[in-house]
Design a protein around this ligand. Structure first.
Ligand SMILES: C[S@@+](CC[C@H](N)C(=O)[O-])C[C@H]1O[C@@H](n2cnc3c(N)ncnc32)[C@H](O)[C@@H]1O
Length: 252
């Protein structure tokens, strides 16, 4: 499939929004288009047919922007390595301010053995689907129908140890929208909201606490936008799977 055809599929699914659910054939087509196999469109450790058997569904727009297992498992494992190496004595709290499928949060929590997980989405149909899907998976997370800007306000009341021994891991996967196309890749300054704004927002909200950001990156990234983001970090690590960038871990 050409980049133009992939962009057309992507635009079509985006335009269907958050109320129309994906059918099995559509999920399978996304797996083939994005990663070359149906199985790669797995979520929560379940292949597309297993998701449907358990009535775990996602909506059309989420379908094209989701963090699938093909990537989410890698991110979870890399993050877990990072934590063992750099902050082994901390209790990990994972946060996804843009839940979408909910798979990124699920994976980060599973592989880091995080002791608490918090997710947000400001689309009500998406929020309801995530709550229903997590229940079917027996995954215990605090899920809010709320805006990304209210993360700190929502998370802090759950504080158990006076936040002295916690490490906050925040996934940064806002809608890529017009910031992405298959030919030129992802411009991190053009996501909605821009990734830079999110880093600044949470760096302020959690100024008193240790945090790291995990930012999924596609194969092609707009170089200047990446350089700008890296200049905000005191430490960062970019991981490669094969020859391509897999994920970025960044501490402010
Ligand atoms: C690209 S998806 C995120 C991918 C996701 N982390 C996953 O695991 O599949 C983006 C989600 O962000 C949500 N969203 C958009 N604007 C938001 C906002 N201001 N606050 C919270 N959620 C928002 C959308 O409803 C959508 O479900």
């Amino acid at each position: 499939m050409s980049d133009e055809e992939k962009d057309e599929l992507r635009q079509n699914l985006i335009s269907r929004g958050y109320t129309s659910l994906l059918e099995y054939d559509e999920l399978a087509a996304i797996g083939i288009t994005l990663f070359g196999t149906i199985e790669a469109a797995s979520l929560f450790g379940l292949k597309p047919n297993e998701l449907f058997e358990r009535n775990i569904r996602i909506c059309a727009r989420t379908g094209i922007e989701a963090v699938y297992d093909a990537k989410a498992v890698t991110y979870g494992l890399l993050l877990s390595d990072f934590i063992i190496k750099h902050v082994p004595d901390k209790q990990v709290v994972v946060i996804d301010p843009f839940l979408g499928s909910g798979n990124f949060l699920y994976s980060m929590a599973k592989y880091t053995k995080g002791y608490a997980a918090f997710g947000f989405d400001n689309s009500h149909p998406v929020y309801e689907l995530v709550v229903a899907n997590y229940a079917k998976l027996n995954f215990n997370a605090h899920v809010f129908f709320d805006d990304y800007a209210n993360v700190s306000e929502r998370v802090r009341p759950f504080d158990r140890t006076n936040l002295k021994n916690e490490m906050f891991v925040i996934g940064i996967a806002p809608p890529w929208g017009n910031g992405f196309d298959f030919k030129t890749g992802l411009n991190l300054n053009k996501t909605t909201p821009p990734c830079k704004h999110l880093i600044e927002t949470y760096t302020k909200q959690f100024a008193d606490l240790p945090i790291v950001f995990v930012i999924p990156l596609p194969e092609k990234v707009h170089e200047e936008s990446l350089t700008e983001l890296l200049s905000m970090a005191s430490f960062y690590q970019i991981f490669y799977k094969g020859t391509r960038t897999a994920v970025l871990i960044l501490t402010p």
